[in-house]
Write a protein that binds this ligand. Structure first.
Ligand code: ADP
Ligand code: MG
Length: 723
């Protein structure tokens, strides 16, 4: 068995090195041939003309027609000095596509096409094409409000209508009037382009017809509750019973599910394919996951040419953002994960929801790009026809707007300071489809609670704290914690913890299962006997301090001792380096806004207190019935029987996440816990927990008052204009 896999690995290796060993000229001609075969190539001149003669234009083309990788190059070929931004809704796509474009342009080490995503960038003085996530572009407006450094902004994947994308379109609408020389191009994979064109005063639209082949569609005869098992069986069935030339793409909803699917398919294939000769070899496959938190190296594998059949198991990232070559079979589970604001918990939660018809059709389309294909929908025809929405509700109408309202307020404030004549109201901002009044109220309520805005005027103006908070590429609750920690003399400590929070559980990547993690937590607790506080937050701090103590490690981070140290603590080396990197970036920002950079070994308590200042809405108390009850909502709850409109109570039952060090620990009745994040899978899991002393909570004098803070905001009087 081992022999088999070794042999297979060698073959894969040989094949890949063969590809890599092609001479530069061979590679270049390969690439230019491939580029000319893309549907967009026929429209090259038309595109150049369109963009040259219009300030704003819309380009529509099927996924895979070459919009993302080609259009920027066409413009770059003609306008060599143009600085071009292209936004992407996801960081995976931004990085992967920028690399691809750079390979197509330049075979040496120059970075003509680079990228910038949160906490990570790759660009040089020669960079002309810069891929960035849409969130980064919003941050770019804070430093360069009129985008003076750039000549062309391309908004890609506009059909996805990500929250940030919608905000950017609004800002661009304002600044294109002030900067007639700034060009904008909106690219979309679906046909409802009129909406974008109307938004920009009926700007021209160019449609690129795609080359597609027929896809044979099949549905389930009756609905299933276990699409995961079905998708595994289907993939194996396709592999053994259908043509061998053509890869399989499975759409599932998230990382956990995908990993399980990959594992199960491998298992099944291994059990079924026992022989090993030339023919049987072909029955071997590489099963590859793709989702956003995956490391880049693993992600890149989906684009490596291979002699084996590939089965790619993906989130909706392969729907339109990444075009994977050679897919012939698509298996669609019919669901997707989206962010939805839960007004009761006051956070966005990831929810698994049915896809829209538009999404299902996009997924199906992936099978017909190179030749006729097949698509297996793991739902019924009836579901498709009668239950699925035509298109999904845009993100801006379903999520927490706290972060973007803060950013938008800052950008508008900057415009005002520059004497740019734009309407200051966030609510009257030109949205392509406006959010609801309730969403605005919620966002303003939270910003007021965080002391980011005053309770003046209709919408509240930014406070000094608010102006500082917006400088950090963090959730406002975390930036609030940072400001508080500076007052409490523990800024450095809190910066360290927040750097860890940005990587979440990936820091312990070597531990796959919750059980392994549980064992680790026990070992960890033993190792650090001085466990005076029970806190995941402080555990992160301990890890970091331990690393710092270990001189060999920090000394220019010499690879070997550092790796050894990481291994000892089951820590993922790469991600630990990222923590260090993020910390340095956050320190720089703190210094730039003159936050007192102080640190005191003794004040662990203050670290927790700083978090309480921002996260007091996340304090729960353990009741006799073993349930956790939110402290802030407890008085609201007593009214609940009278008020049936309240959010259903099944929703709010809370559990401790298995990766927390408090999991399975006995927690006294009446104990107070604070969580930093809430993970919603089958249950509501509180994660990154800390046990609080009652005194700390009592110290929060304004605790009760805060719950009613929103009443000061007089939003009722505001009329939202309709687009
Ligand atoms: P669109 O944006 O219209 O969906 P793209 O420009 O993303 O189209 O894709 C054009 C072609 O480039 C596709 O055939 C795709 O397979 C290929 N491609 C994109 N990224 C990579 C990559 N990293 N490696 C190899 N091929 C790629
Ligand atoms: Mg694209």
């Amino acid at each position: 068995e081992n022999l088999d896999t070794d042999l297979l690995k060698n073959m894969e290796y040989l094949k890949n090195t063969k590809i890599q060993n092609k001479s530069r000229n061979e590679k270049l001609s390969d690439i230019s041939e491939t580029r000319q075969r893309l549907p967009i190539y026929q429209y090259k001149q038309q595109i150049i003309d369109l963009i040259s003669s219009n300030q704003i234009s819309i380009i529509i083309g099927e996924t895979g027609s070459g919009k993302t990788t080609q259009l920027c190059q066409y413009i770059h070929e003609v306008y060599k000095n143009y600085k071009i931004i292209i936004t992407q809704p996801r960081r995976v796509a931004a990085i992967s596509v920028s690399k691809r474009v750079n390979e197509e342009i330049e075979m040496k080490d120059k970075i003509v096409s680079g990228y910038k995503v949160r906490f990570e960038e790759k660009r040089g003085p020669e960079t002309r094409i810069l891929f960035m996530t849409d969130g980064i572009l919003i941050r770019e407006f804070l430093n360069d409000p009129l985008l003076k450094k750039y000549n062309l902004v391309i908004i890609d994947e506009a059909h996805e209508r990500s929250l940030n994308c919608d905000i950017i379109l609004g800002i661009l609408k304002k600044i294109t009037r002030i900067r007639p020389d700034l060009k904008v191009c909106v690219m979309s994979a679906t046909l409802n382009a009129e909406m974008f064109s109307d938004f920009f005063g009926k700007c021209p639209i160019l449609r690129i017809p795609g080359k597609t082949f027929p896809v044979e569609l099949s549905y389930l005869p009756s609905p299933t509750y276990d699409y995961l098992t079905l998708s595994i069986d289907k993939a194996v069935d396709i592999h053994f019973n259908e043509d061998l030339d053509g890869d399989i793409l499975i759409f599932l909803t998230g990382a956990e599910e995908i990993e399980k699917c990959v594992e199960m398919i491998n298992e099944k294939i291994k059990n079924l394919g026992e022989f090993l000769d030339e023919d049987d070899l072909k029955k071997y496959i590489s099963v590859l996951p793709i989702y956003s938190s995956l490391s880049q190296a693993v992600q890149d594998k989906i684009f490596i040419e291979s002699t084996f059949r590939k089965i790619i198991v993906s989130t909706n990232i392969a729907e339109t953002s990444l075009t994977i070559p050679n897919i012939k079979y698509v298996v669609d589970c019919g669901y997707t994960k989206i962010n939805v604001y839960n007004p009761f918990l006051k956070i966005d939660q990831l929810k698994v929801v049915p896809v829209s018809k538009q999404q299902a059709d996009q997924r199906m389309g992936r099978a017909g790009r190179v030749k006729p294909g097949k698509c297996y929908r793991l739902f019924t025809k009836d579901t498709y026809e009668h239950e699925l929405l035509d298109s999904s509700v845009p993100e801006i109408q379903r999520v927490n707007l706290c972060t973007v309202v803060l950013q938008l307020k800052m950008i508008l404030t900057i415009f005002k300071k520059m004497n740019v004549d734009v309407e200051q109201s966030v609510i009257k901002f030109p949205f392509i489809e406006p959010p609801s009044l309730i969403q605005f109220r919620n966002a303003l309520e939270q910003l007021f609670y965080l002391n980011a805005i005053e309770d003046d005027g209709e919408e509240g103006s930014l406070t000094d704290d608010g102006k500082k908070m917006v400088q950090f590429p963090l959730d406002p609750y975390l930036s609030k914690t940072l400001l508080e920690s500076s007052t409490l003399n523990c800024l450095r400590e809190v910066l360290i913890i927040i750097s860890f929070l940005n990587l979440g559980n990936t820091i312990f990547e070597t531990m796959k299962t919750d059980k392994e993690r549980f064992e680790f937590n026990k070992m960890f607790a033993k190792k650090f006997k001085e466990n005076e506080y029970e806190s995941d937050l402080l555990n992160y701090l301990k890890i970091y301090k331990e690393m710092e103590k270990n001189k060999e490690c920090t000394d220019s981070r010499r690879r070997k001792p550092f790796a050894k140290w990481c291994e000892e603590y089951s820590i993922n080396t790469k991600n630990m380096l990222k923590v260090v990197d993020i910390l340095n970036q956050l320190i720089q920002i703190s210094e730039s806004i003159d936050l007192k950079m102080n640190s005191s070994e003794l004040q662990k308590e203050n670290v927790i207190k700083a978090f309480i200042k921002a996260f007091k809405i996340n304090i729960v108390v353990k009741r006799e019935n073993n349930k956790f009850e939110n402290l802030m909502n407890s008085d609201k709850k007593s009214n609940k029987n009278n008020n049936r409109n309240a959010v259903s109570s099944v929703e709010d039952e809370l559990f401790i996440h298995p990766t927390s060090s408090l999991f399975k620990k006995s927690i006294k009745n009446g104990a107070y816990l604070m969580y930093i994040s809430l993970i919603m899978t089958k249950k509501n899991y509180m994660n990154v927990l800390t046990v609080l002393k009652p005194d700390w909570i009592l110290e929060e004098k304004e605790f009760k008052q805060d719950t009613h803070a929103y009443k000061k905001i007089k939003l009722e009087r505001v009329n939202i204009p309709r687009a």
